[in-house]
Design a protein around this ligand. Sequence first.
Ligand code: PA5
Length: 458
Amino acid sequence: MIGIDLKNVEAGGLGVTHGIELEREYRAWADRLEGAVSDIFSRRDDPAEMLGWIGLPQAGAWVDEIESYAREVRQSDLTDLVVLGIGGSSLGALTVASALQHPYRALQARGDGLRLHFVDNVDPDAISGLMEVLDPSRTLVNVISKSGSTAETMAAYLAFKKWLEDDLGDGFSDRVVATTDPESGILRPLADRRGYRTFTVPPSVGGRFSVLSAVGLLPIALAGIDVRALLGGAARANDTVRRPIEENPIRQAALVQYLCYRRGKPISVLMPYSSRLRNLGGWFVQLWAESLGKAESLTGSLVHEGSTPLAAVGATDQHSQVQLFNEGPNNKLIAFVRVAEFDHRLNIPDSEPELEQLAYLAGESFNRLINAEQAATGHALAQHLRPNYTLLLERLDAASLGELLQFLMWQTALMGELTGINTYDQPGVELGKVYTYALMGRDGYDEVRAELEEQGLE
Ligand code: PA5
């Protein structure tokens, strides 16, 4: 189970302005959190509630299908997978693949699983560049869009379909696999017409909560990662969240996040001390921002809620953002992720014995150094009265990562309950989409286009 070390948020060390009296707050909030968790579990079978993410770790026949397709592809001569998707349709698989594949898989000619490439932007240079280096005859394209209509993803689909077709002719359709809603959107009927292999995103699972659905699991399985272990770890978080707060790191983290947010810490930093978890920050930022940043409360009052997420990586950002964290405004809560056992033990050799200034490093290990840096940074922050806590992973493997992802989804869900907003919608991104459609000349948007032109947009 993922552990939590909360000593650096305790009011005993930080004082009551910046710290939290944990025992007292646990007692005060235990019933509220118990109610929130029971309420979420009781609503989870109603598809309108968008709580389908909770049930994904139970797996089902859909996981067999993903595994058997991935096995087939991995036994073929395909070497590369291009994932076309944006936001929740991309960040989860990116996080897991970069954490669990060989750290330099893209540079290996042969290795476990396909090499993954994520097209999550409409940057002409990045797309052209990828097409220049990949061999279409060795590449599979997974187009992922729950709504089946996202402009960025569908533009990328049009480009990659042509790229494949130009090289492979009619045979290109075996090289496209589509992941989308069972019914809505244009991608499903398009895929059926073209004869693409398809996988389904359950309608009750929203994009940013979809990493453990076919959205994330298909690319993850194609990358050669054990999806069953990932789901098994996530199931552990589903068990943990039911426990009373005193023995429940998820409820504790959610409560600390909430109390800090309400008490002058509107910024929530996630800082794993692990290069392999570098992309976890991007996934968390999207999950936290899009879920919690809302104008209206559940009762319809204007509240403009939202804790602002920030991603950092240790030890790298000790030479960047940590200066701000220690001496800038005291408006952040910093959550570290610490891995106890790395896959490799790498000693620091005594290769410059005459340099006394480096003697403290020689004979030590990188393993000890990275975790000493984490502990030192947390302690220094606490000395500056900056609250911080640490999530503790035994090791970084599929099970612990699955547990961490589900942990952070639960933390987000509980934070949404406590702040009283709808965690699962995203009305704030709609207007920008409408303006884009209008500027791009989409049918039905002529009036908006005329308004925008009057204002000088083109
Ligand atoms: O979390 C979300 O709902 C969004 O970030 C979506 O994942 C993103 O907008 C992509 O949507 P779609 O999968 O419909 O293309």
